[in-house]
Design a protein around this ligand. Structure first.
Ligand code: AMP
Ligand code: MG
Length: 493
């Protein structure tokens, strides 16, 4: 099934909610908008014929010069805890939900613009996004998807000549983003703090109807408790995946937490280069609230904020008992992922210590997280002279310490008895060679700002197959040059 822009099947459900859950807003077109990047893989989610991107109307529709038939653009209301402080009203300040598209497989996708101009929720903002930040979100959301991590998706980027004032003058851009829903924890908080418990329940019912329809018939307490349990499990697993791959979100405010456990709102995110649990990717995060190793604790804190909004309908002890499951789900998933990264099959009690010692080695030696795991996926500890072992040691300063650890590791592998080539294959399938390092995004952005968008395509093409060797693309697997480690990324984008 291949559709044109005019024949997309809209089924707009959010607008059926009460009118003060959103505001109808028209996008404000950018000056001289043009297509910067288009993602055919994401267009398939809408059943949209990728050839449609070549029509001038493609830009006109997503730039708001024309309205897509049956779309119904709205900015949605939400609130949230930002850096631990409750902010009573946020909302889509620069985003617009054009509508929801139902595809032939029965999936429904929010079609959302980000950077499309001011809305009633813009506060002091200009409603814009700069090219730099849209490229970062475009690349990262697709890279996360390819890594197997739940995330919003990206359809395309429009660039423009519109001046947008940040630290310097930049150019305005629009990201077209897709997700089953963009409902956030903060979408519930706004009603809770306005003492509108019925609306908390109504929104929860909406989410349940859309995504967990078999739970619709339950009593209200069961429905809400079930939803909280589902979000708790999904969030715990999501964050375990972030920790395993070395991803730091950067702004884990409750308004950036998806009710479906998706990675949402890419701002000053960063992937670890050197392994540093205290890594802070957001230059504005002076206290390190959202430092890499704090993400699991922060996710639980955010879930507590969500749970609180259900307290009218679910006894507090029951909410607390559900939140208590976060810890176990997170640790079980994190351990499962990390042991797979080590290539261990039959879990043994001493494995935790082996893992902790490995991570300590990485930290002490400031070893590159991704490269160290990838090279570990090639070692042959039973053959001490094997060149792959030396290649792993090259990532560390203290080679003797790695050799000692490799001895223990080799003995442990022998207990599993997995043939070496099979272990190598399994480990390469979970230890990516290619991640979106900050400096790689930076290089693609620099080129794009000069009008050359080809590097975005090239980089995305590599990131789509993060676990494959891709020998001709090996330069994208290099650690950052010195300048690339000191790039500053902050919230204002
Ligand atoms: P973020 O930090 O991007 O998750 O945004 C937090 C809140 O600020 C959300 O309500 C955004 O819609 C709003 N916001 C961020 N940047 C802008 C902007 N340039 N104009 C208007 N609102 C913005
Ligand atoms: Mg946000």
């Amino acid at each position: 099934m291949s559709r044109t822009l005019e024949t997309l099947v809209f089924e707009n459900t959010y607008v059926r909610l009460p009118e003060d859950y959103y505001s109808r807003v028209a996008p404000e077109p950018l000056r001289n908008a043009r297509l910067v990047a288009f993602n055919a893989e994401a267009s398939a989610l809408l059943d949209l014929d990728p050839a449609e991107a070549n029509r001038p109307d493609f830009v006109a529709y997503f730039n708001g010069e024309k309205r897509l038939p049956n779309s119904d653009p709205i900015a949605t209301l939400y609130a949230g805890h930002q850096f631990g402080v409750y902010v009573p009203q946020l909302g889509d300040g620069r985003a617009l939900l054009l509508g929801e598209v139902r595809n032939a497989r029965g999936e429904k996708w929010d079609l959302q613009l980000k950077g499309s101009g001011r809305t009633p929720y813009s506060r002091f903002g200009d409603g814009r996004a700069v090219l730099r930040s849209t490229i970062r979100e475009y690349l990262c959301s697709e890279a996360m998807h390819a890594l197997g991590i739940p995330t919003t998706r990206a359809l395309c980027i429009l660039g423009s000549d519109e001046p947008v004032y940040r630290e310097t003058v930049e150019r305005g851009a629009v990201l077209v983003r897709l997700a089953p829903t963009h409902v956030r924890f903060g979408s519930f908080e706004v009603f809770f703090y306005r003492r509108r418990a019925e609306d908390v329940a109504r929104l929860a019912n909406y989410v349940i109807e859309q995504f967990f329809p078999d739970r619709c018939a339950l009593a209200i307490e069961e429905r809400l408790a079930g939803l909280l349990q589902e979000v708790t499990v999904r969030t715990a697993r999501l964050v375990a995946q972030w920790q395993a791959v070395g991803f730091a979100h950067g702004v884990l405010n409750t308004d950036n937490m998806s009710i479906l456990g998706l990675t949402l709102d890419y701002g000053p995110f960063g992937f670890l280069d050197d392994y540093d649990p205290h890594f802070i990717c957001n230059h504005s995060d002076v206290t390190g609230r959202y430092a890499f190793a704090r993400q699991p604790g922060i996710a639980l804190w955010n879930l507590q904020c969500l749970a609180q909004t259900f307290a009218t309908f679910v006894p507090r002890e029951r909410l607390a008992a559900i939140l208590d499951t976060f810890r176990d789900v997170f640790f079980a998933e994190y351990e499962r992922l990390m042991l797979a990264k080590l290539g261990l099959v039959n879990r043994r009690p001493e494995d935790t210590e082996l893992l902790v010692d490995w991570l300590t080695l990485l930290e002490r030696n400031r070893a590159d997280y991704t490269i160290a795991f990838r090279r570990l996926s090639e070692v042959v500890p039973e053959d001490p002279a094997h060149p792959a072992n030396a290649r792993l040691q090259d990532v560390f300063v203290d080679r003797a310490a790695v050799a000692a650890w490799l001895d223990r590791y080799g003995a442990r592998l022998a207990q599993d008895g997995l043939p070496t080539p099979e272990r190598h294959r399994r480990m390469r399938a979970v230890n990516p060679k290619y991640i979106l390092r900050n400096y790689l995004a930076h290089l693609a952005i620099e080129r794009a700002q000069e009008g050359d968008f080809t590097e975005i395509e090239r980089l995305l093409d590599v990131l789509r197959r993060p676990y494959d060797e891709q020998p001709t693309q090996a330069r994208y697997a290099e650690p950052p040059p010195d300048w690339g480690k000191r790039l500053e990324v902050s919230c204002s984008s």
